[in-house]
Design a protein around this ligand. Structure first.
Ligand code: AMP
Ligand code: TRP
Length: 340
């Protein structure tokens, strides 16, 4: 079976482990919205089982799960066109992950840079789940035979591991059952950086709230954070090459490009020679114009958690209808007896 034998299907997920950031929006959600349409079936997941690889307060986890769903809906994920659900409502993810734990090799897991970064020197004390997490991610993707996975740059290695797991499974069991999934890492903002340190990724958790834009920030906060973002004294150059070794400046140009839906080259062409006194207010206005309506819509949706739960329940039913037959077929291939 070639890749062409698989239905073009998109799967991606976000952990409910803190505030959604501009990085999640530009690196993931905004691009997921754009993939909805006739070319793909689209499946988007709030990956709560991934979140608990590090400690989550149970009450906060439930709120964060609904908030991520609200962020996706407010950004334009249409729950009729796409399947939107939270991972733990479809047990096939955890079940297939176990099979993949038995396919993936310890040596492969040891190469995962995100684990090394997250565990730091503390490898003895972190959860076993944090270490095994990429096998669960492979299960998320392959339980749907997903062919395309739009993610930020930081997830590339995990999607490559997913391909390795699919290839080893197919080889070991002499089948062509799982597709070799393609990572889709495109556009100017696949790695949005910290506003205070352009060498670090913008992330949900971090010492200072000034480092990131949260999708729930109001207009004044967005504007203040961008105007106070760290930069250097130089004006913007004529070409993108001129931003080499200027990570903070490059980041703001890429954020502008992501929000305006143009290339970073086009931004430089427009603002060549501009100082920060001109560029930052333009960026702040653009961010407020694009993100303001999303944050208001998120608050509106969050006021009715029962409605979000209904969306997630409906999505979980539709997701399960795809994943369950694939899981059963996997069990058959592996030789696990199913007598009922
Ligand atoms: P996470 O918040 O770690 O669950 O990430 C969810 C999605 O957002 C993944 O596709 C990430 O690659 C993407 N993402 C998270 N942070 C950033 C960032 N700073 N820049 C670009 N994409 C990001
Ligand atoms: N591991 C991803 C992250 O930390 C989230 C994720 C879980 C995911 N399962 C996935 C992304 C499947 C794409 C496909 O960002």
């Amino acid at each position: 079976m070639t890749d062409a034998a698989f239905t073009p299907r998109v799967f991606s997920g976000i952990k409910p482990s803190g505030n959604l950031t501009l990085g999640n929006y530009l690196g993931a959600i905004k691009r997921w919205v754009g993939m909805q349409g006739p070319d793909f079936e689209t499946i988007y997941c709030v990956v709560d089982l991934h979140a608990i690889t590090v400690w989550q307060d149970p009450a906060t986890l439930a709120d964060a799960t609904r908030e991520v769903a609200a962020g996706m809906l407010a950004s334009g994920i249409d729950p009729e066109t796409s399947i939107l659900f939270n991972q733990s409502q479809v047990p096939a993810h955890a079940e297939l992950a176990w099979i993949f734990n038995c396919v993936a090799r310890v040596g492969w897991m040891n190469r995962m840079t995100q684990f090394k970064d997250k565990a730091g020197k503390n490898t003895e004390k972190v959860s076993l789940g944090l270490y095994a997490y990429p096998a669960l991610m492979a299960a998320d993707i392959l339980a749907y035979h997903a062919t395309h996975v739009p993610v930020g740059e930081d997830q590339k290695q995990h999607v490559e591991l997913t391909r390795d797991i699919a290839a080893k499974f197919n080889h070991d069991f002499k089948v062509e059952f799982f597709p070799l999934t393609n990572p889709v890492i495109e556009g100017p903002a696949t790695r949005v950086m910290n506003l205070r340190d352009g060498t670090k990724k913008m992330s949900k958790s971090g010492e200072s709230d000034m480092e990131r834009i949260n999708m729930t920030d109001d207009a004044d906060t967005i504007s203040r954070k961008l105007k106070k973002a760290r930069t250097d004294p130089e004006p913007l150059p004529d070409t993108l090459d001129g931003l080499k070794n200027r990570p903070e400046a490059r980041n703001l140009v890429d954020i502008y490009a992501g929000l305006a839906e143009v290339t970073s080259d086009a931004v430089i062409a427009e603002y060549a020679g501009a100082g920060w006194g001109r560029f930052k207010p333009a960026l702040a206005d653009l961010a407020v114009e694009k993100l303001g309506p999303i944050s208001s819509e998120m608050s509106r949706l969050m006021a009715d958690p029962a409605e979000i739960d209904r969306v997630l329940a409906n999505g979980a039913d539709r997701a399960e209808a795809i994943a369950q037959p694939i899981l059963k077929r996997t069990y058959d291939i592996v030789g696990l007896v199913r007598s009922r």
